[in-house]
Design a protein. Structure first.
Length: 488
């Protein structure tokens, strides 16, 4: 692969006036898979491993996973630092042409936000300063807009988690802070999130102690009235409130800042349950449920491909820090949590594929990594369903619904990857060879889907579950051991 850029002897690689546009939407579509090189490199750096000999001739692309395998791995163990890790980009800068290197750098930076920022706050900013150039469009996880603990403190309340039940406890008798420190939209977002968590806000907080609180109560009441009218019930359930809230968010009736703040609160609730001192499977289940609800709300608020890229990056960065996340859908997972984790994976997979499809409709360049994330989640989830024991009849029914959903999504993703037009790998021979591997996998899915349909499809999910278990994936260990964690 010919180089179209000068080869520097040292860092920085770029002059100050060089613009960095590191969104996937800015990449040359022919080099979309190079994004995976940088994505993998950040994971290696997280594990304290550098590769000083990363060059084009030593890489093998895998279109079916969006990843590259290194044919020669000259590794060295190093301490995580932007200056040291930037040294791994000298060889790629020299051996990849400019669009390819841009894709590598974009993949690395986005993965670094997830893998390296928690270990080294400010890592990406310092890394880009070492590389040189001026960032113009560098997608980053959105910072939290709302501090849930601070809002509850304003209301003289704190969260309590006991016996798998979340509640509020009064912390003082002073009136709520309703002046300069009190912003009605933030409190409204807090109360909506608490309602979605199952807490009866009206029974826990007196919303008539001030005009400002009364106004917030009226806004919350309007949402709850919509729920009551829709379901013809006086007492509403949190799942019913969620359905209405998602609809209002999608229709733009709810301001984006409110939906984002509600999602922030739910992420805080997920973290609170995840960090509970007396951790139990029920606490973990609550954490997963709150994280899933946050994903649903963030997905409902997406309007543009650029928004989708940032919001999906935000989801991954927030939830990768939760203790249960690394174990999700692994053989070590608690069997009693499997269905909860599958529901979370199904929601994430749907948001990711929606983001990919949105980008492909409105832009020449696609957010291919979102398709790979959806593909990895769907494929590994099917493997998990095939390996899970049968606990109850309801367990079988729910797992069958997921089996059908994941299989449909996996089929759709493979069809997109096998289509000749959108996929353009540098070197047609490599694409043809790898497409044969994809065809083998597609042949398996082509047998699985008719089996699920013949079993009754959505009308008979228990039969779908049994049909899925009867058509095992040829090599489930491959994704459990490695590839799944890269793109999830």
């Amino acid at each position: 692969m010919a180089s179209t850029q000068p080869t520097p002897a040292s860092l920085p690689l770029f002059p100050t006036n060089h613009p960095h546009r590191l969104s996937e939407l800015d990449l040359d579509p022919r080099y979309g898979y190079f994004f995976g090189i940088g994505y993998l490199l950040a994971i290696a750096h997280r594990d304290g491993i550098a590769n000083r000999n990363l060059q084009a001739s030593k890489l093998s692309p895998q279109p079916g996973t969006g990843l590259f395998y290194l044919l020669s791995w000259q590794k060295e163990e190093v301490k995580l630092s932007p200056q040291s890790m930037a040294g791994d980009f000298l060889k790629p800068f020299a051996t990849f042409d400019a669009p390819g290197f841009q894709a590598v750098l974009a993949g690395y930076v986005q993965s670094a936000y997830i893998q390296l920022e928690p270990l080294y706050p400010g890592y990406v900013r310092e890394f880009l300063a070492v590389i040189g150039g001026t960032p113009e469009r560098v997608p980053a996880p959105a910072p939290p807009l709302l501090d849930l603990a601070a809002q509850l403190q304003n209301l003289n309340r704190k969260l309590v988690l006991k016996d798998g039940h979340l509640s509020l406890e009064i912390t003082g008798t002073a009136p709520p802070k309703v002046d300069a420190e009190f912003q009605p939209p933030a409190i409204l977002s807090t109360l909506i999130a608490l309602t979605l968590s199952g807490i009866d806000v009206a029974a826990t907080i007196d919303l008539n102690t001030s005009p400002a609180l009364s106004k917030v109560g009226e806004s919350l009441g309007k949402i709850l009235n919509v729920v009551r009218d829709k379901h013809k019930a006086e007492r509403v359930q949190s799942s019913q409130v969620l359905g209405v809230f998602l609809g209002l968010t999608t229709e733009k009736v709810i301001a984006p800042v409110i939906s984002d703040q509600v999602a922030d609160c739910l992420d805080s609730l997920a973290r609170f349950c995840d960090e509970a001192t007396a951790e139990t499977s029920e606490h973990t289940r609550l954490s997963v449920n709150f994280a899933q609800t946050s994903v649903m709300i963030r997905g409902a608020g997406v309007t543009t491909p650029a928004d989708s890229e940032v919001r999906c990056l935000t989801i991954m960065a927030r939830h990768a820090r939760l203790a249960w996340f690394p174990k999700m859908l692994s053989p070590l997972s608690d069997p009693s949590l499997t269905l909860t984790e599958l529901a979370y994976a199904n929601t994430r997979s749907g948001v990711f594929v929606k983001g990919y499809e949105g980008s492909s409709q409105s832009s020449q360049n696609h957010l291919w990594s979102l398709l790979f994330k959806s593909l990895a989640l769907s494929r590994q989830s099917i493997v998990e369903i095939q390996q899970m024991p049968v606990i109850t009849e309801q367990h079988e029914t729910t797992a069958g619904v997921f089996a059908l959903s994941f299989s449909q999504r996996l089929t759709s993703a493979l069809l997109k990857l096998l289509a000749p037009q959108p996929i353009q790998i540098i070197g047609g021979g490599e694409l043809q060879h790898q497409s044969k591997d994809l065809a083998v996998e597609f042949a398996w899915v082509s047998k699985l889907m008719p089996a699920l349909v013949n079993a009754g499809g959505q009308s008979n999910p228990r039969a779908c579950f049994r049909a899925a278990k009867a058509a095992p994936y040829p090599n489930p260990g491959a994704f459990t051991s490695g590839l799944f964690r890269y793109w999830r």
